[in-house]
Design a protein around this ligand. Structure first.
Ligand SMILES: Cc1cn([C@H]2C[C@H](O)[C@@H](COP(=O)(O)OP(=O)(O)O[C@H]3O[C@@H](C)C(=O)[C@@H](O)[C@H]3O)O2)c(=O)[nH]c1=O
Length: 182
């Protein structure tokens, strides 16, 4: 399992080691000790989420604040997404910057996103099933969000705008200029 720190400190791209043979493949999809070693601190994942979405769906950009703030470990069980993390950590030298990483059932790449980041993804395949671990429970009262098409963030979701599907909540999300740092 290979951990690569990204341009946004604390966000890691994780590439599991795949074992292929005439039966198919095997890989360890999560190793708590190796993740803690790479991060330099311990993570205690307590909730797993799965969602399925069709091509062009953009979910995000979401965050939970306070005691329910979440780190996430994201991977794709089928299809392909563009996974996006935006640094909203107050005083971070990369505040407002984002990374985008293609995650697919084919490349088996994972993205670790620490607390203090907005998270979202777009679906680049016909459908995609996304699975992610969280280290805090879902708490709607702690949720905050930012519009995925905010001009200041300038995220290329790799989906034409006319083909995008957003939830009502995301369509009505605030602009980044109105967003309070984490
Ligand atoms: C996120 C979440 C939603 N729900 C419910 C609330 C709602 O009725 C339904 C759909 O919720 P949403 O529209 O918020 O789902 P979605 O837009 O997929 O929200 C998710 O987006 C990605 C990008 C994230 O990073 C996640 O943390 C989460 O915010 O599921 C839960 O019960 N538990 C959860 O953990």
């Amino acid at each position: 399992m290979n951990f690569t720190q990204t341009d946004l400190k604390g966000c890691f791209i994780i590439q599991p080691k795949i074992f292929e043979d005439n039966r198919g493949y095997f890989f360890e999809s999560f190793k708590g000790n190796l993740l803690s070693e790479a991060l330099g601190y311990k993570i205690n994942f307590i909730q797993d989420n799965e969602s399925s979405s069709k091509y062009g769906v953009v979910r995000g950009l979401h965050i939970q604040r306070g005691e329910f703030s979440q780190s996430k470990l994201v991977r794709v069980l089928s299809g392909k997404i563009l996974d996006v993390a935006v640094d909203v950590r107050k005083d971070s030298p990369t505040y407002g910057k984002h990374i985008s990483v293609e995650l697919s059932s084919e490349n088996k790449t994972q993205l670790f996103i620490p607390k203090g980041f907005l998270h979202g993804f777009s679906v680049l395949s016909e459908t995609a099933v996304v699975f992610y671990k969280c280290d805090a429970n879902y708490d709607p009262a702690s949720e905050d969000s930012c519009h995925p098409l905010d001009e200041e963030l300038n995220i290329d979701w790799k989906v034409p705008v006319e083909k995008m599907t957003l939830s009502d909540k995301d369509q009505n999300a605030k602009r980044f200029s109105e967003f309070n740092p984490y």
